[in-house]
Design a protein around this ligand. Structure first.
Ligand SMILES: *Cc1c(COP(=O)(O)O)cnc(C)c1O
Length: 361
């Protein structure tokens, strides 16, 4: 792993984000790993074919692996990574999953359950005792922390210990926190999953996913699934994500600072009945006191904040989550998820406050 060449001590995350996954420093080597467009390779080497490997993926996988503290595999999307992890569950195995997990993950589980492949047990991720009890007989415990869009936080170390005692694997979807704010592998979690589409790439122009693990056997099984199923990223997407990763620490720092300032100011606003924020990260969920109509109005009234799904880009966006049929019925109708970007916070506040002023009952 990345080590400081001068002192021998481990590098800090911001330095890893900038330095990991670069070509060897030899005369005339490019500073950045080039985009390698190749469907096949001259025989006799380790890669052989485009579905099995690509130097541009490898550069990104080295960097993201170093940030999370494990070995990384990249995928065509976050959900391709999710599907690959769920594929580890044996016939009729039990999966424990947060009731407010990402809708795509919940939908994959529902689909697999409807076809008799596995059973899914939904839990309230904040009720640690209930989650620990649900670990009994489980093959896989799926954690997402904070959850999307309820922003609930799980007690990862306690749940991981209980899951391991029950013989289950533990996975954490770390999309919201990023490896800068939370490194689940250090809490003994087996697998970390990312939608790299969000903060890692960070510019709303790439769809990609990743899995990171410290377990070489698990890594080999997952690599075998990727080879066979072919949910592989494009080389250009891998290059863009690595380029985005170079500024991850700056983007997360700024977006988080903006979010914390907005949370301080939003608490007073009469249009809102609730502001949800886990204390870290840059996603904030607000609940409009006047419900669904006011929330839809807010989405139309902002000028700077873009009405769009997804999150984690440099630009601020917002969305009423219940406009999606698949969103959990326990998420309030009037909940709007804010993805706070890296603009000047005063401009973000001016725009949001003006739009909210128009949504007071
Ligand atoms: C977006 C998202 C995913 C799915 O990733 P895609 O890249 O859209 O396939 C998974 N988990 C979380 C928490 C997400 O926000």
């Amino acid at each position: 792993m990345a080590a400081d060449t001068t002192s021998g001590s481990p590098l800090r995350p911001g330095t890893i984000a900038v330095t990991a996954g670069r070509p060897d420093k030899v005369p005339d080597a490019p500073l950045n790993t080039p985009i390698t467009m190749a469907a096949t390779y001259v025989a006799g080497g380790e890669v052989e074919y485009g579905r099995y490997g690509n130097p541009t993926w490898t550069a990104l996988e080295d960097a993201l692996g170093a940030l999370e503290g494990g070995r990384c595999l990249t995928f065509a999307s976050g959900l391709a990574a999710v599907a690959t992890v769920l594929d580890l569950v044996g016939a009729e195995g039990k999966v424990v999953v947060p009731r407010h997990g990402y809708t795509g993950t919940i939908m994959q589980l529902a689909d697999l359950e409807s076809r008799g492949r596995l059973t899914a047990e939904m839990v309230d991720i904040t009720d640690t005792d209930a989650v620990v009890a649900a670990c009994d007989g489980a093959a896989l415990v799926w954690l997402e922390s904070p959850t999307n869009p309820a922003l609930e936080v799980a007690d990862i170390p306690t749940i991981t210990k209980a899951a391991h005692e029950a013989g289950a694997y533990v996975v954490v979807d770390n999309t919201f926190a990023t490896p800068l704010l939370q490194r689940p592998l250090e809490d003994d979690v087996d697998l970390v999953v990312h939608s790299a589409t969000k903060y890692l790439a960070g510019h709303s122009d790439v769809q990609m996913g990743a899995i990171i693990t410290r377990d070489d056997d698990l890594w080999a099984v997952l690599k075998g699934r990727r080879d066979l199923v072919g949910a592989i990223p494009g080389p250009f997407e891998a290059w863009l994500t690595l380029r985005g990763l170079r500024t991850l620490h700056l983007r997360v720092e700024r977006a988080q600072a903006n979010a914390q300032e907005l949370v301080r100011r939003l608490g007073e606003h009469p249009a809102l009945s609730e502001v949800r924020y886990p204390g870290f990260g840059a996603i904030v969920s607000i609940v409009l006191a006047q419900g669904e109509m006011a929330a839809d109005l807010l989405s139309r009234k902002t000028r700077l904040w873009i009405h769009a799904t997804s999150l984690g880009g440099v630009e601020s966006s917002l969305e009423r989550r219940r406009r999606w049929k698949a969103e959990a019925a326990t998420i309030p109708d009037g909940l709007v998820r804010l993805s706070v970007g890296i603009e000047d916070v005063e401009d973000l506040w001016d725009d949001l406050r003006a739009a909210l002023d128009g949504c007071v009952g």
